[in-house]
Write a protein that binds this ligand. Structure first.
Ligand SMILES: Cc1cc2nc3c(=O)[nH]c(=O)nc-3n(C[C@H](O)[C@H](O)[C@H](O)COP(=O)(O)OP(=O)(O)OC[C@H]3O[C@@H](n4cnc5c(N)ncnc54)[C@H](O)[C@@H]3O)c2cc1C
Length: 360
């Protein structure tokens, strides 16, 4: 059998798939990557870009160049739906692309919840490329009072990176639950101390009900003055996935451990946009990166009509939190360590991962 594998989204897992299937393409098969962005930013380096440790281009991967290097086709477009009967991927430019196997790695978006005005008055952290461009314009525009909504790793890293960049700016971090609630209490204590030492005002366990141009409204509390509000809330599924007839889990594409969707064995999904049946993991880049090799192997096996292998992401993973200057806190399970050498290690890991795809 021969055919076409269409990869939707230049997410972390698909970068590996381009490299792997491009190097050893199943005979007679064609691979095409569909992405609205030509350059993708590596999320692990975003706090370092904001803090001024990296130039933006050091963290960017040029998708058309990567695809060309591995003999993979590239189509600049955004997927908007699927016609499963005709086996066609619908694109936002009104055209469609035939596929034999389809794979989604389209990431997630910050959850808006029921926050009034969030869509109109907040700057969402995703897509990352647009966020960085808008942030540069907004931060440099005038003296700012900045609020970051979201007390997870992304919110904390952005607050600390902004403080490193702008000493004089008033910065508030607003968390719906406990700060860094998936981290051990000792790490939460340490990070609260770092935030206080850097004059970042932390509001924990509060309910944000409104985002307006000049404030963040909190249920039962006075508003927080802010003329730049950044939305770094938990990951939500891209809404267009709900327009497909794929089985979903909390909006994310429901997949088996083989990364095939529950609905269709010729459609796969990985990274933030997928939920593996019976396995609960945080939406983190580390899992999207790890999903690359099993996704490539199973797409190849399906193309060659061979048995597929189940994959289970590891339960514990190394989470590294950059704290503004060249310093970071690393956590794995209940173990944690911090210092400048942790930043050095993170820097080496991030740079070598990005370089692999920047210089194919
Ligand atoms: C500031 C910040 C820092 C972070 N730091 C870390 C960290 O240090 N470690 C960690 O593990 N996680 C981190 N994360 C989380 C991490 O960003 C995500 O978990 C990770 O990017 C998910 O990877 P992915 O492959 O699923 O999707 P993504 O990397 O988000 O890629 C999805 C791609 O799909 C494309 N796409 C979207 N919609 C469509 C469509 N309709 N059609 C075609 N293409 C589409 C997008 O353009 C994008 O290029 C961070 C997040 C943020 C916001």
């Amino acid at each position: 059998m021969a055919g076409r594998i269409v990869l939707v989204g230049g997410g972390h897992a698909h970068l590996h798939v381009v490299e792997d299937l491009g190097r050893a393409c199943p005979p007679g098969w064609e691979i095409v990557l569909v992405s609205p962005e030509t350059r993708v930013v590596y999320s692990g380096m975003v706090p370092g870009i904001i803090a001024g440790h990296y130039r933006r281009d050091e963290s960017e991967i040029d998708l058309p160049r990567l695809c060309e290097a591995y003999g993979v086709g590239y189509r600049r477009a955004r997927a908007a739906g699927i016609d499963r009967r005709q086996k066609r991927l619908m694109l936002d430019d009104g055209t469609s692309l035939p596929y034999d196997l389809l794979s989604f790695d389209v990431g997630s978006v910050p959850a808006l919840g029921d926050i009034e005005g969030a869509r109109d008055h907040a700057l969402p952290v995703k897509p990352l490329g647009a966020f960085l461009g808008n942030l540069d314009r907004a931060v440099d525009a005038a003296s700012r009072r900045i609020a970051i909504v979201g007390g997870g790793p992304a919110g904390v890293e952005i607050a600390l990176a902004l403080r490193h960049r702008q000493e004089a700016t008033a910065i508030a971090l607003v968390s719906g639950g406990d700060l860094l609630e998936s981290q051990p209490s000792s790490v939460r204590r340490q990070v609260r101390g770092i935030l206080a030492a850097r004059s970042i005002v932390l509001h924990e366990n509060v309910e944000v009900i409104r985002i307006a141009p000049d404030h963040v409204g909190i249920a039962g509390c006075p508003p927080i003055a802010s003329n730049l509000t950044i939305l770094a809330t938990g990951a939500a599924a891209p809404s267009w996935l709900a327009t497909t007839d794929l089985a979903l889990s909390s909006g994310f594409v429901a997949v088996h451990a083989t990364l095939q969707t529950l609905t269709d064995p010729d459609i796969f999904a990985a990274g933030d946009c997928a939920d593996i049946e019976g396995i609960s993991r945080p939406k983190a880049g580390v899992f999207a990166v790890r999903a690359g090799p099993p996704l490539a192997a199973n797409l190849r096996a399906r193309a060659l009509d061979r048995p597929l292998r189940p994959w289970s992401p590891q339960a514990k993973h190394l989470a590294v939190l950059a704290t503004g200057p060249k310093h970071a806190v690393a956590t794995r399970g209940r173990l944690h360590v911090s210092g400048r050498f942790v930043w050095w290690l993170k820097d080496r890991i991030d740079r070598s991962w990005v370089e692999r795809f920047r210089k194919p």
